[in-house]
Ligand binder design. Sequence first.
Ligand code: XCC
Length: 634
Amino acid sequence: MASTETDKVIGLKLKKNQPSDITGCEMHERIINDGVTNIYDRFASQQPQCGFGATGVCCTLCTHGPCQITRKANMGVCGASADLMVARNLLNRVVIGTAANVYHAKNNARTLVEIGKGTADYVIKEENKLRSVTEKVGLDSSGPINEVALRFGTFFMDQINSNDYEPLKLVTKFALPQRLKVWESLSILPGGPGSELMTSLTKGLTNMDSDPIDLMLQALRLGIANEFVGLFGATILQEIIIGSAKPFVGQTGISIVDPNYVNLLVNGHQPLLSTKVMEISQENEFIQKAKAIGAEGIKFYGCVCEGQSLLNLGNEFGGVYGGPAGNLTQQELILATGAIDVMFFDFNCVLPAIVDVAKHYNTTLISTDKVVRQPDVLRLEYEPHKANEIAKKILDEAIKSFSQRKHIMTPKITQKAMAGFTTESVLAALGGKLDPLINLIADGTIQGITAIVGCNTVRECQSGSMTTKLAEELIKKDILIISAGCTSNPLENAGLLDPASSVKAGSNLRGVCESLGIPPVLSYGGCNDIGKIVGTVRAIARHLNVDIPQLPVAASAPEYMEPKALADAFSAVALGLMIHIAPLPPVLGSPLITKLLTDDIESLTGGKVYVELDPIKAAKGIEDHILLKRSKLF
Ligand code: XCC
């Protein structure tokens, strides 16, 4: 996109309930004209929404309720205070988020075990990484690679299922020693997440745990398990099986959908199957089948986090991967091109309404994991030993669906994006050592690092605009951005993953980006890749021999939307990071919990939550935090 067009996107005057980018607006208009349901219009029809739910003071757990805290009732029927309701509601959401991330990790571990047994349709891509993590957890890393896979995969499964009274080895072996001490002193060093989740759910029962502080400490335990199993753990396993990210320049946006091809869209977070579909789509049998029905070939696109994860794998699949087409709020708009033949989903975030949208645009939907089922939607559910067979069936469905297309409309503006960063590739760009990055931070050329992560929301018409404005403000202040999750999508739409966007950065950061040929926003992939960002932060802390809270770094989830993001926020706070959050989390009904999370908790873990809905003010708050840390460290 030319810079004048990019400016138009950024400067676009937002009307209520519409996307924040030109292409999104074009497709939104189309979907409205077609009379098809969409997230923007549904958000409008939900207004005004419930203030009790929004501030966390509504309890629906028992038949005495629903109870709400009002001016005339400062307790529920059971006597639950606003503090208890807020804390319990929050813990229950952190439970759901952690469970989902651990479920994802478990699927990866199962695949590794089956590779070890020789029954999976996969081989090990990153042998060295597997041997190194196996050694790190104290297991024998020698011998045939399949035996190592079985050993580490079994160990990982056992970790998930271990008791909550035995400290999790994945934490004790990988965390910084300074962090372990903090967590031990607070008694929040977690055990196996399966068991921790059971304990948390039990605490969250009515008339069980009525200590709001204890409920929040439990949420921190889950946050730690979430990071080391659900985020870091899941991505390490994934890298071992399908390979690590490498810097790569691709195209992004809804317009990448090319109507001349048989088109598949994957939506979710678990790329083991989608990479298999891409691999098999290059076989002559499928290329010929596509050509026989008049298509030029087969193309593949990603939506939500998986789109970002796949972009990060680079050019692995011979050009089959067209790129990330959109975020959660755009999935209906992508189908509205009328040129998606199959959309398959392997995890969240697939909107229930997609079933109606897909009917209108003749897209075949397929669920590929048992946790994401929809009525009347075809199920071809992933199992490690059936991946080849399922991939072929998905491709056949797409070829069958191609001839049933009608109403095609593809917009024009695509965007160039450089992605594929990890600790390793950032180090490689700097000559293989951390010193150059540390020196740049120490001398103030880079003031600090902010991880902008998580979702996009249509709330208050943010839809990417909050994320983009925040990032633009921060890079002006010479703060380097690392992104992971759906946040990368609006940042791509705004051109901030294009190295040319370094002109928007402060002069010092701009100089670094131009000399290295990188953008001022480095994408690490999907939201599970947040674990890799933490890996980079840990490496910097280790190098400087300090603890994470001492570093000039911060996190932000500027458009957080759902429970996985809340679990990740508790991971960040436990790790000692300040995490900026918008929109308002459901805690304001409790002065105690609000103060705990935004203030008091800093004296316990070193981390805290910072809530600010204005992107300019949020950037200033993050800068102040980074400057304070700098003044103490250097
Ligand atoms: Fe869903 Fe990850 Fe959020 Fe995107 S970022 S809206 S969870 S897909 Ni996690």
